[in-house]
Design a binder for this molecule. Structure first.
Ligand code: AMP
Ligand code: TRP
Length: 391
């Protein structure tokens, strides 16, 4: 009976089809079964620099998107993370039970800043100086060895530019590094039991489970439930870019053609799908294991058409789908119809809700009050466990 769903999205731009299929579509279904809290994680957003006016706009846009997708703001809590002080308070407490090594392993951090040792640079400088000397000497001697050394020199140049990147580590902000601890705090502050997220958040969620365990052990309590991930149950809860089947669809990708925004109208959606990258294979469903773009488009189609294919879709000529379309022209038309019918009504609704800022602000205010009440009660209990005075 104490089951509770919590999830969040960063207000860093237009939400897209990946956010919808990976997260929100699942939330809409779960809101009828569980007490649910849907957060707009603006404190996570500032782990990379944001323009203040844009950030505020994006917080409202994200709230409008939740509502437009079908999250009922009366039945559930919709609020901005920064409005409830418990998130930051608990993040500090949990940070004191989290080994840095756990955070070092997070791939999202590693993707954003390239990590390794700075001392390498000096060592490499010495090697390069030596190489240059030998190369010159062999070159003058017209020795064959000069060619081999030239190629080693090229490798060291590449290595040097890699090491340059490592300077980024020194400049990386503390917030970006400790981001997963804040995420653990978001979840644990409400004693959340279920967290519906896309597959890309799996590692962060595992950390939240570890952090909950570490706190419980340290304070000899079972205060925090260990939160369960809830991934969407279609083939792979990760929607890839329409331009590159190996990259995930993302708000920060430069090309707007890489994603379907939830604010796109029918024309924009059709155009983007028409332009989506494919390959030269004629069949839509053959050899999908080696065709990330085709696989992604098919995956989107199946998710929208509620076709649960599991791994079978990767098999050649998957019987249910292989005869459906003559070729990509046919398939893309069907796909565009499916995306338009799911997304165009959401887009219209987002624009309608966004016209009424005071309505959105009132939802955020009442959401913050409801979330704040739970958080305050839990924070008092947590402080007692830690040994802080509760006044
Ligand atoms: P973010 O946009 O990074 O704040 O992510 C918000 C939610 O959307 C998380 O649950 C993510 O797992 C999910 N999500 C983001 N991008 C994708 C994607 N390309 N495919 C599937 N889920 C995604
Ligand atoms: N880190 C998540 C993302 O980038 C967003 C997030 C922050 C979140 N706090 C959360 C998701 C708590 C679920 C629960 O997608």
């Amino acid at each position: 009976m104490n089951e509770l769903v919590f999830s969040g999205i960063q207000p860093t731009g237009n939400l897209h089809l990946g956010n919808y299929l990976g997260a929100i579509k699942n939330w809409v279904a779960l809101q009828h079964k569980y007490r649910s809290i849907f957060c707009i994680v603006d404190m996570h957003a500032i782990t990379v620099p944001q323009n203040p006016a844009e950030l505020l706009h994006n917080v409202r846009l994200t709230a409008a998107t939740y509502i437009a997708c079908g999250i009922d703001p009366e039945k559930n809590i919709i609020f901005a993370q920064s409005s409830v002080p418990g998130h930051a308070e608990l993040a500090w407490i949990l940070g004191c039970s989290t080994p840095m090594g756990w955070l070092n392993r997070m791939t999202q951090f590693k993707d954003k800043v390239n990590t390794s040792k700075l001392e390498l640079k000096d060592e490499l400088k010495k090697i390069k100086a030596n190489l240059n000397e030998y190369h010159e000497a062999f070159f003058l001697m017209r020795s064959k060895k000069a060619r081999a050394l030239a190629s080693i020199k090229k490798s060291t140049d590449e290595l040097e530019s890699l090491i340059e990147d490592q300077n980024k580590v020194e400049k990386a902000e503390l917030g970006l590094f400790s981001y997963p601890v804040l995420m653990a705090a978001d979840i644990l502050l409400y004693k959340t039991t279920h967290v519906p997220v896309g597959e890309d958040q799996k590692q962060h969620l595992e950390l939240a489970r570890d952090v909950a365990g570490a706190f419980n052990r340290q304070f000899k309590t079972e205060y925090f439930p260990i939160p369960e991930p809830m991934m969407a149950d279609w083939t792979s809860a990760r929607v890839m870019s329409l331009r590159d089947g190996m990259k995930k669809m993302s708000k920060s990708e430069e090309s707007d053609y890489s994603r379907i925004n939830l604010t796109d109208d029918a024309n924009a959606i059709r155009l983007k799908i028409q332009k989506a990258k494919t390959d030269t294979e004629r069949s839509v469903t053959k050899n999908l294991g080696e065709r990330p773009e085709a696989r992604n488009l098919l995956n989107i189609y199946c998710a929208l058409a509620n076709i649960k294919v599991g791994q079978e879709v990767w098999a050649d000529n998957y019987s249910g789908l292989s005869n459906r379309w003559g070729g990509f022209g046919d398939f893309k038309k069907a796909l565009a119809d499916a995306v338009v019918s799911a997304i165009a009504p959401i887009s219209t609704e987002i624009h309608r809700v966004m016209n009424d800022t005071s309505y959105i602000d009132s939802i955020l205010k009442s959401g913050a009050e409801k979330a704040g009440a739970i958080a305050e009660k839990n924070m008092r209990e947590i402080k007692r466990l830690v040994g802080f005075p509760v006044v």
